[in-house]
Design a protein around this ligand. Structure first.
Ligand code: SF4
Length: 281
């Protein structure tokens, strides 16, 4: 779905995620400003093999819902995908939430690199506690918000988390969500080499470490919530959180107290997901 020679940085997680659009029948993308805009490129230099509509942040899901309705009326077979970063999800949250509340027939994919990377690594609401960004030079003092659980609370058709480190799982979730109806949401963890300060050859390793330490938990809701098998296994044979944070320059100032706080947050999140899983049996 994505052509080589595009404008992404080396090791870009978004260009990896774009590959999985192959799993979706006749995708039409609606993209607000961000790294994905730059990677997709401007006409006539275009790197994606599907139609793309570039839009202002807050209009993303409104444009996508209108497009979907227009295709439906014309009998055009297309899967409209609102594709955005975590920054656009911050700025366009009100329309994103409204679209989910209406159960618009859309697939929304958020590729989350945990900051505003396209404009120079400013902190977003997804930036984790302690991460150094250009607007949090001493490390962020608050935790990152959990967009997946927030979207779940809208009682939509489908919500899942995925990772560019586990493409088989990510592709399956894209394929499944692409074939469903109603509002579907996939939150993709996307480690960014320049923003997180690790070597460009390490993107997949960092993404996998996030899953193996439970810093990023894979789960899926399709009427029933389940923690994905990869995360269930990670909970039994967990890698040391220090490995995940130590590999990233943005956590250079991290000390043991910071790690303890993050470890507690992870435990709490995993317990919430287990509880939701048992509620949905
Ligand atoms: S800043 Fe990060 S997410 Fe953006 S294009 Fe570069 S590697 Fe990709």
């Amino acid at each position: 779905m994505i052509l080589p020679g595009n404008a992404s940085c080396q090791g870009c997680p978004i260009s990896i995620a774009f590959k999985a659009l192959d799993e979706i029948d006749n995708p039409v993308l609606v993209i607000p400003a961000g790294c994905s805009t730059v990677i997709a490129g401007m006409h006539p230099v275009h790197s994606l093999k599907c139609p793309v509509v570039h839009v202002p942040f807050a209009s993303t899901t409104a444009v996508a819902a209108g497009l979907r309705e227009s295709y439906r009326k014309q009998g055009v077979d297309a899967t409209v995908v609102a594709w955005m970063g975590d920054g656009a999800a911050d700025i366009g949250f009100s329309t994103l939430s409204a679209s989910a509340s209406r159960n618009d027939d859309l697939l929304v994919i958020v590729v989350d690199n945990e900051a505003y990377m396209n404009t120079g690594t400013q902190s977003s609401l997804a930036t984790p506690y302690g991460a150094v960004t250009t607007t949090t030079p001493a490390g962020k003092k608050t935790s990152g918000r959990d967009l997946g659980l927030i979207m779940l609370s809208h009682k939509v058709s489908y919500v899942a988390t995925a990772s560019v480190g586990y493409m088989k799982d990510l592709r399956r979730k894209f394929r499944k969500a692409g074939r469903m109806e109603g509002f579907r949401f996939i939150h993709v963890h996307a480690p960014c080499p320049p923003g997180w300060r690790f070597d460009a050859s390490m993107t997949v390793d960092v993404a996998r470490l996030a899953v193996e330490t439970l810093a990023w938990i894979l789960w899926e809701y399709d009427g029933r919530l389940r923690i994905s098998e990869l995360s269930r296994r990670a909970a039994i044979n967990r890698r040391d959180l220090k490995e995940y944070f130590g590999i990233q320059g943005r956590f250079k100032a991290f000390d043991d107290d910071n790690l303890k706080r993050i470890a507690l947050e992870i435990e709490e999140k995993y317990r919430i997901l287990e509880h939701l899983e048992s509620e949905h049996q």
